[in-house]
Design a binder for this molecule. Structure first.
Ligand code: ATP
Ligand code: MG
Length: 269
């Protein structure tokens, strides 16, 4: 007898969550278990919505820990009330932590976004500059947006394309487009950058071509809430893994220093 005759994994949960692919997927959401850590993070988010200085968070943990699953849940929570996935996420929160659910709803009400939610930008990084990842992510979210007119989407997308046509994407110009999107939509923005380690790897390989300034600008922008997910794999089995981890650590430390010490805007979880 072989093991697979006795037990087999549920294939629907046996894969990593991908934010762009799984956003809005009811099945991924329904099997999500909201953990104590998840509640703690949402609590911090509610504090941020209520005016606490910190509006950027990094989620660091090992392979399969649930970083993307949590981010997917968070993005669902931040959607428009009419979406089934948003109602499911709100129900999960209400069942698990009624007070936190009330606090979250109150924060949305205060900002008058209880029906529309946030402008959501899920981004999965690749081995490329973070500015390029962000520009592509914004473009994709604009194209999928239900809250903006086609004309507005085209105008903003054309401006992103102008940036993409340059060898290097200027961080202030790019972040201005994020802010303008929020202003035109009349909504605060939630951005999740998943697998950020790939951007860090690129920066480690090509130090002159990566730039964390865009993240600093996002973290400092009012009405933009930023989440950065980073794989922290241990044990460090190879020199490459060690190098990647150290690079990530050094870059994040630099970002922390810039944001936390000067402005108190970023929190590591
Ligand atoms: N809180 C949770 N409730 C239900 N399933 C979960 C939870 N956390 C993780 N999982 C499941 O575990 C698997 C891995 O989770 P996920 O993809 O979120 O991990 P990750 O930390 O993003 O990993 P990676 O570093 O590989 O990207 C997925 O199949 C997901 O469905
Ligand atoms: Mg993941």
């Amino acid at each position: 007898m072989i093991l697979s005759e006795i037990v087999s994994p549920d294939t629907a949960v046996a894969r990593s969550v991908n934010l762009e692919r799984d956003m809005g997927d009811e099945h991924t959401l329904k099997q999500y278990i909201l953990t104590g850590k998840g509640l703690e993070i949402i609590d911090r988010f509610v504090s941020g919505l209520n005016g606490a200085k910190i509006s950027a968070w990094s989620l660091t943990g090992p392979y399969g820990m649930g970083k993307s699953s949590f981010s997917n849940f968070l993005l669902s929570l931040c959607g428009p009330e009419k979406n089934d996935e948003t109602r499911s996420a709100l129900n999960i929160l209400a069942q698990k932590a009624p007070d936190l659910h009330t606090g979250f709803q109150a924060a949305l009400n205060r900002r008058r976004i209880e029906s529309q939610g946030f402008f959501r930008i899920p981004v999965t990084s690749a081995f490329q500059p973070v500015n390029l990842t962000l520009a592509k992510g914004l473009r994709r979210s604009l194209e999928m947006s239900e809250s903006l007119s086609k004309k507005t989407v085209k105008t903003l997308a054309d401006r992103i394309d102008d940036l993409l046509n340059n060898d290097r994407i200027d961080a202030p110009d790019l972040i201005e487009l994020f802010k303008e999107t929020g202003r035109i939509a009349g909504l605060p923005i939630t951005i999740v950058i998943d697998e950020f380690g790939k951007n860090l790897e690129f920066m480690a390989r090509y130090p002159g071509q990566g730039d964390l300034y865009a993240l600093q600008l996002l973290a400092e922008a009012p009405d933009i809430y930023l989440w950065v997910c980073l794989l922290n794999s241990r044990p460090l089995a190879s020199k490459t893994a060690l190098y990647q981890f150290l690079s990530a650590f050094i870059f994040l430390s630099a970002l922390m220093k810039r944001l936390y010490i000067r402005k108190g805007r970023l929190s590591l979880i």
